[in-house]
Write a protein that binds this ligand. Structure first.
Ligand SMILES: Nc1ncnc2c1ncn2[C@@H]1O[C@H](COP(=O)(O)OP(=O)(O)O)[C@@H](O)[C@H]1O
Ligand SMILES: [Mg+2]
Length: 296
């Protein structure tokens, strides 16, 4: 018989102890590449740690400028090794000097949906047995509107859309919101304006995006704020350090701290919805459900 605080995972049949602080899963997306998604993910994650949150940052982007490159880390194994049973999830997770934990990018996670049931169960077990219970799981997704962006955003509780003042950024942010809304039923998105030259520029960007979504989609966009264009952020990228660590008094670092304060107050999911292994299960089930629909 199950105790009150135990749950059974539907796929793996594993029993897990309910985490008293469910994890908030935030997918960071943008449509267009180069708008600062990875910098936003890493700096927001470190700022959330500084505010006392336990944070896990998952790199779901296989592009060149990965989180590990940005933070000057050298991962030896990744999630694909966990799937193959070659190492444990604890071995994959890198802890940086600020206390942030990182799951480095892996080719395996792009094709998570192709994994066998045994591999699924192994991955869910790896997450459910994690001794570290994060409060927040941030996911730096790939650029574009690939299946992997959809998969992670659907499984997340919050979708944060990063935009900057370039026509292609607005168009591509709209495209990703439209896809997630029309095809996948997501209705609420948070917007963060990056590389702005004034606070007003950020608000104007948000309004520009809202003008099109209000007209064509059934979505709510919530404005999270803006990060200024900052030469110190560029310098920190060269140094392979997060700007909040390398230049904590720079204007972008101060803005990240403010954004982290706000993000730290986002609603906490209910405990069933907030278990990390259930997030992984949602992630893995997405494509199976989809192919079931296609072949019906
Ligand atoms: N707030 C900012 N101020 C100045 N430059 C920025 C800022 N954010 C990003 N950049 C620049 O944009 C580049 C791409 O950022 P990155 O986070 O790798 O984007 P993405 O992950 O969206 O491709 C960085 O290397 C940096 O030079
Ligand atoms: Mg990136």
């Amino acid at each position: 018989m199950l105790m009150a605080n135990e749950r059974v995972n539907q796929v793996s049949g594993l029993k897990s102890i309910t985490n008293p602080h469910p994890v908030r899963v935030v997918s960071v997306t943008s449509g267009k590449g180069g708008v600062g998604k990875t910098n936003v993910s890493a700096n927001l994650a470190i700022s959330l740690v500084a505010n006392g949150n336990k944070v896990l940052l998952m790199d779901a982007d296989l592009g060149l400028a990965n989180v590990d490159v940005l933070l000057g880390l050298q991962p030896t194994c990744n999630l694909s090794h966990v799937v193959k049973g070659e190492c444990s999830l604890e071995e994959v997770i890198i802890k940086d000097t600020s206390g942030l934990r990182i799951i480095p990018a892996a080719s395996g996670i792009q094709d998570m949906a192709e994994l066998s049931h045994i591999e699924h169960a192994g991955l869910i077990r790896a997450f459910s047995e994690l001794s570290f219970n994060p409060d927040i799981l941030l996911i730096d997704t790939a650029a574009g509107i690939s299946d992997s962006v959809v998969t992670f955003s659907k499984a997340a509780h919050e979708v944060l859309v990063v935009v900057c003042d370039e026509p292609a950024s607005i168009t591509d942010a709209y495209a990703v919101i439209k896809l997630l809304n029309r095809e996948h039923g997501l209705h609420r998105f948070r917007v963060l304006a990056n590389m702005v030259h004034s606070a007003q520029e950020g608000i104007d960007l948000y309004k520009k995006l809202m003008k099109v979504t209000d007209r064509f989609l059934d979505v709510t966009l919530e404005y999270l704020g803006s990060i200024p264009f900052d030469e110190y952020l560029k310098k920190s990228v060269q140094k392979q350090r997060a700007v909040v660590n390398a230049y904590p008094r720079s204007k972008s670092a101060i803005a990240f701290a403010k954004i982290a304060q706000k993000a730290g107050q986002w609603p906490i999911p209910d405990s069933a919805n907030g278990q990390i292994e259930f997030f992984v299960e949602r992630l893995l089930n997405y494509k199976n459900n989809r192919s079931a629909i296609i072949y019906e």
